[in-house]
Design a protein around this ligand. Structure first.
Ligand code: PBG
Length: 314
């Protein structure tokens, strides 16, 4: 009876699994702040993707890092054709032709100051950053990315990326815009994984104030007007009202990002013996779907897919 009247469905097809790609061969290094998640060289990323695919997860979000010593003020490692994201796109594609490969486009892991855009006179130069993001997006598309996901939060970047992709003959490559991305403490564990914490200041001049719900909708409107094909709300758990509001406002596909701090809290509670981590994960993912997300980016993807193979979401 409960199955018959269940309102919200959660299954592996709704999940997008983030992969942290690093230089090297045969590298599989557990991330201290994200137990159960790994920094992976391109070959190891392909193995991890194949293992996830065997469990039913076939959408991936790739994050990269520059070669050792490769950080510079402009983040030029982001658009190198031999960069780890570009390499991983090719190795994962060879192993899994049907996988959906989404790439995060941002400069923060590649700049020596750790900001998502270029810095001039101690402030972010929004417009000078746009061509660099566009160049990065094109290099991902050329290496085989199926979807481009800009997370930098510069104004106008969706339009700049759309124009550049079209000129590079990638009219068919969709953009998943991190549209409503809040300046959040929940990204802490990710910045350790990516070595991307800002060297000075914070990201509040380009990411949203956690108190701003209406502005989040304006960001969604702007990104859709600029040509975004899918929009995202991030983080998810503290922002379920925003997920629901965006759902009510747009017919576009909606993705929510169950971010690193949300995952780390679950793992910490589990380690302390205070909760069943997988049960929490399924409940959290169900709540994000219930709020209106079509798909969820989550470090729990493999764990949830395995659990859903055997049991129903709570
Ligand atoms: C890059 C980026 C961040 C995340 C995704 N892309 C970090 C940030 O904006 O500081 C966070 C993801 C997570 O916490 O899981 N700009």
């Amino acid at each position: 009876m409960r199955d018959l009247v269940r309102e919200t469905d959660l299954s592996a097809r709704h999940l997008i699994y983030p992969l942290f790609v690093v230089p090297g061969v045969g590298v599989r290094r557990e991330i201290a702040s994200l137990p159960g998640q790994f920094q992976l060289s391109p070959d190891a990323a392909a193995q991890e993707a194949a293992a996830a695919a065997a469990e039913g997860v076939s959408a991936f979000l790739l994050f990269g890092q520059p070669m050792p010593g490769g950080k510079d003020p402009e983040g030029s490692g982001a658009w190198h054709d031999a960069g780890v994201v570009q390499q991983a796109l090719r190795t994962i594609r060879a192993a899994l032709p049907q996988a959906l490969l989404i790439t995060d486009v941002c400069l923060c892991a590649y700049t020596n100051h750790g900001h998502c855009g270029v810095v001039r006179g101690g402030a972010i130069d929004n417009d000078a950053t746009l061509p660099l993001l566009a160049r990065t997006a094109v290099s991902h598309a050329l290496a085989g990315a199926d979807v481009i996901a800009p997370s930098d939060m510069m104004d106008g970047r969706v339009a700049a990326i759309r124009t550049a992709l079209d000129r590079a003959d990638h009219q068919g490559t969709p953009i998943l815009a991190y549209a409503a991305k809040f300046a959040s403490g929940f990204y802490g564990p990710f910045r350790e994984a990516e070595d991307s914490a800002p060297a000075f200041g914070d990201r509040r001049t380009y990411q949203l104030d956690p108190a701003a719900a209406r502005q989040a909708l304006r960001e969604v409107d702007a990104d859709l007007a600029e040509g975004a094909d899918l929009v995202m709300v991030k983080p998810a758990l503290g922002y379920l009202d925003v997920v629901a509001a965006v759902r009510a406002r747009t017919l576009a596909p909606l993705v929510a990002y169950n971010v690193s701090g949300e995952y780390a809290m679950v793992r910490a509670a589990e380690r302390a013996g205070w909760a069943d981590g997988t049960a929490l994960a399924l409940e959290i993912l169900t709540s994000i779907r219930r709020a209106g997300a079509d798909a969820v980016i989550t470090y729990h993807a493999r764990e949830a897919a395995r659990a859903l193979g055997g049991r129903r979401a709570p």
